[in-house]
Design a protein around this ligand. Structure first.
Ligand code: GLU
Length: 290
């Protein structure tokens, strides 16, 4: 029987905090209990925000916590060609279109629709307004002309085209701490026409994560609840790309005393600061319930 494959996939755009430690330790704990392998993946597609010193700190923090992972580590920035291949496959299936809108264009279009209808415009699970569709029906010749003229373009998933192709119902398997599995429904359509290739980077989180999980043979994804809704979209991308769907476990988030989830952007205390304050890895494990 093949061994289960787990992965911890941090982005080196800040210092790891207790929330990352929890996710990494939980992955390692599952891998140990299920007799599986543990991979580490560096999710550094956002070359403007990711930094080598943050990446070095990830290795240092995880080693300090006592974790071991297989090498070589997959660094996403070294694999843009893989994401391009997947993107071209989506394009070939007719479920991707170029979008030239800026954030401001989208906000303005949404405000217009809201003013016209007197109703709130629908939002995706991340609370962003659904794309109002401005570029969806651009004539192909116009899109090609704008691309040829060097106008920056993102590529969006054509939700309606995808739904015609793969109406579903879609679902994925979820597992709990004891390994019990159940099937849950996935509703990718609530994401609207999501960006699958960004203007500033030739891929997106959603596209890279499904490509990498498949290429690395990941069978069990353990990650925070904040990514649970994204799984619906990942299931659809896997189906469109004929990739296997792993099993998922979305864990609760570590919160600060005020109840907010820890975040790099909120300057949550870094593991390296806790270490400098004399906190030991054993104390971290205990604090996080391991
Ligand atoms: N890179 C993502 C993060 O740091 C995690 C992605 C995943 O586990 O699917 O939040």
């Amino acid at each position: 029987m093949t061994k289960p494959v787990f992965r911890f996939a941090p982005s080196p755009n800040g210092r790891l905090h207790l929330g990352h430690a929890y996710s990494a330790l939980l992955n390692a704990d599952f891998a140990r209990r299920f007799g599986g392998r543990l991979l580490l993946r560096i999710e550094d597609i956002d070359i403007t925000r990711c930094r080598p010193d943050f990446e070095a700190a990830i290795y240092e923090d995880l080693a300090w916590l006592g974790l071991q992972w297989e090498t070589p580590v997959r660094r996403q920035s070294e694999h843009f060609a893989d994401y391009r291949t997947a993107f071209l496959r989506l394009r070939g299936r007719g479920v991707a279109y170029p979008c030239f809108c800026s954030r401001k264009d989208i906000m303005q279009a949404v405000a217009c629709r809201e003013a016209e209808s007197g109703r709130d415009w629908p939002r995706d699970p991340d609370d962003a307004p659904l794309y109002p569709g401005t570029c969806r029906d651009l004539p192909a010749a116009e899109a090609e002309r704008r691309i040829a003229a060097g106008e920056p373009q993102a590529w969006r998933l054509d939700r309606a085209a995808a739904q015609r192709l793969l109406p579903g119902p879609h679902a994925f398997g979820r597992f709990d701490r004891d390994g019990r599995e159940e099937t849950v429904a996935a509703i990718p359509w609530r994401w609207g026409d999501t960006v699958i290739v960004r203007k500033e980077t030739p891929t997106s989180y959603h596209l890279s994560v499904v490509v990498d999980d498949a290429l690395q043979g990941v069978t069990h994804v353990v990650r925070g609840q904040d990514l649970e809704a994204a799984t619906d979209l990942h299931v659809l991308l896997q189906a469109l790309l004929a990739l296997p769907t792993p099993l998922y476990h979305h864990h609760g988030l570590v919160r600060d005393p005020t109840g907010d989830k820890l975040a790099k952007s909120r300057q949550s205390q870094a593991l390296s600061e806790l270490r400098a304050d004399g906190v030991t890895p054993q104390e971290i494990r205990r604090r996080l319930g391991f």
